[in-house]
Design a protein. Structure first.
Length: 262
């Protein structure tokens, strides 16, 4: 193993081995290192990393499964259980998708939470957090230069998730993971209409860079303001898009009337 790489799990002593394993995995869930659906390493890998026996690892995993924190899928491995769940049921998602007023509520929520997360990230981000953010911004640049819409959307979701992770607020991390799942599924989110309002996507890219730079500079106020400005741009673009669609609908109906009367 490369000694320069920080291991995911540290070796532990022999006293209360299974209880110690349980405690360490619980800590990783609480802090958001392990999230809903995350697959744990195999028993053998965990035993090697922690320098304990496989039976002790198995005993700890069984305790975590009994407490509802892990799900063991035979033939697949151990996974973090769905602790937070989805933000809303599939039926409610479909209902919201048909009613545009819901998007405004969604943006109001994101505006406050992401501004708060960016502020915390500027104060708390570690060098590893900043490194992850730099890599994502580089991917955003690449996607922009290639006009790769799918890569842009994926990087966008990862960008906002990385900022929440860098806040080191476990409740925020778990709660927003559900919200970003909606972004990943393209619910309440259409990057193409934002690019259309933007013209080229250049403004969106710069907004993300502004947030990242403020975090790198450890400027909490500037990070919060940049995050707010980004969500406000999304909201303004959405309103503009809806107004345009209404005008187009009126124009089509007017033309239809003229064709009928003609």
């Amino acid at each position: 193993m490369n000694k320069d790489v920080t291991p995911l799990f540290d070796p532990i002593g022999h006293e209360s081995v299974s209880a110690t394993i349980v405690k360490r995995i619980e800590e990783m869930i609480v802090t958001g290192v392990l999230k809903d659906g995350t697959r744990l390493p195999s028993e053998r890998s965990l035993a090697d990393a922690m320098q304990v026996s496989r039976p002790k690892v198995r005993e700890a995993l069984q305790q975590l499964e009994s407490s509802g924190l892990l799900q063991v899928r035979h033939g697949e491995g151990s996974f973090v259980a769905p602790l937070i769940g989805t933000a809303m049921s599939p039926a409610l998602v479909d209902l919201y998708a048909r009613h545009t007023t819901a998007f405004s509520n969604y943006l109001e929520f994101r505006h406050e939470q992401e501004s708060f997360a960016a502020s915390l990230a500027a104060q708390r981000a570690t060098e590893d957090d900043r490194s992850i953010l730099r890599e994502i911004v580089a991917t955003m640049d690449e996607a922009h230069n290639k006009s790769d819409g799918e890569l842009s959307r994926s990087a966008d979701v990862r960008f906002h998730s990385a900022i929440v992770d860098a806040s080191h607020n476990s409740l925020l991390i778990h709660t927003m993971a559900s919200i970003y799942e909606l972004m990943q599924r393209n619910v309440f989110y259409n990057r193409e209409f934002l690019r259309a309002m933007d013209g080229s996507g250049e403004k969106l890219l710069q907004q993300h860079k502004d947030i990242a730079q403020a975090i790198f500079a450890r400027d909490a106020d500037r990070a919060a303001d940049a995050a707010s400005a980004h969500i406000e741009f999304v909201a303004a673009s959405f309103k503009l898009s809806m107004s345009q669609k209404k005008r187009e609908l009126v124009a089509r109906r007017r033309r239809a009337i003229l064709e009928i009367s003609g």
